[in-house]
Design a protein. Structure first.
Length: 199
């Protein structure tokens, strides 16, 4: 069919007009470039949270039953949740008038009578070695969800690592890209180290 055919020419002109509605090529290139920058900075943190999230998903970071986690798992779990490596938390007194604090003082009015009137507290589960093992009580639905979440975490790790490799290997301004990736790893690491020495 020749271009001179009126039906084909009409369809061709409509297709061209539709293509003109796409975002400008330069704008899309800029968006893609900034996407690469932000993704490379965030890549180490994404991998960190996926790995430590896997540890917490299966309770590898805390005591349960006869299991005691390695110090590294405990530190990574504390860093994930509390943004420190643990081991130097201070106990802060409760606010004035805290019932738990008043119960410990003999001069509190009617403290003895109040303590007698209260029912005995139910013993909580022990999470220490040889204590309550919550992993033994996971339901089938919990196990399936944990498997799905674990697969999603592993997929995110692989996708992030591959994306960072593709961005650094095939992107323009390679030195800048490597620097952004390194900054995303080095800066949080330095902050953690500084917090350890300060604590």
């Amino acid at each position: 069919m020749a271009l001179s055919d009126p039906i084909f020419a009409d369809r061709f002109s409509k297709g061209t007009k539709m293509n003109d509605k796409r975002p400008p090529v330069l704008l899309m290139a800029k968006i893609r470039q900034f996407h690469s920058y932000f993704a490379l900075v965030a890549a180490p943190t994404i991998v960190f949270f996926c790995v430590t999230g896997l540890l917490q998903l299966f309770s590898f970071h805390e005591d349960h039953g006869s299991y005691h986690p390695p110090a590294l798992f405990e530190a990574l779990g504390s860093l994930h949740k509390d943004q420190d490596l643990g081991g130097h938390h201070e106990q802060h007194p409760g606010p004035p008038g805290d019932p738990s604090e008043a119960a410990g003082h003999s001069d509190a009015p009617n403290a003895g009578a109040m303590s007698k009137d209260l029912p005995p507290a139910a013993p909580g589960p022990s999470h220490g070695p040889g204590g309550f093992d919550k992993t033994a009580h996971w339901t089938g639905a919990q196990i399936v969800l944990k498997a799905i979440f674990a697969l999603a975490s592993l997929s995110a790790i692989v996708s992030t690592v591959l994306g960072a490799w593709v961005g650094v290997t095939f992107g323009a301004r390679r030195k800048l890209l490597i620097g952004l990736l390194a900054a995303g790893f080095v800066l949080p690491t330095l902050i953690v180290i500084a917090g350890v020495f300060k604590g």
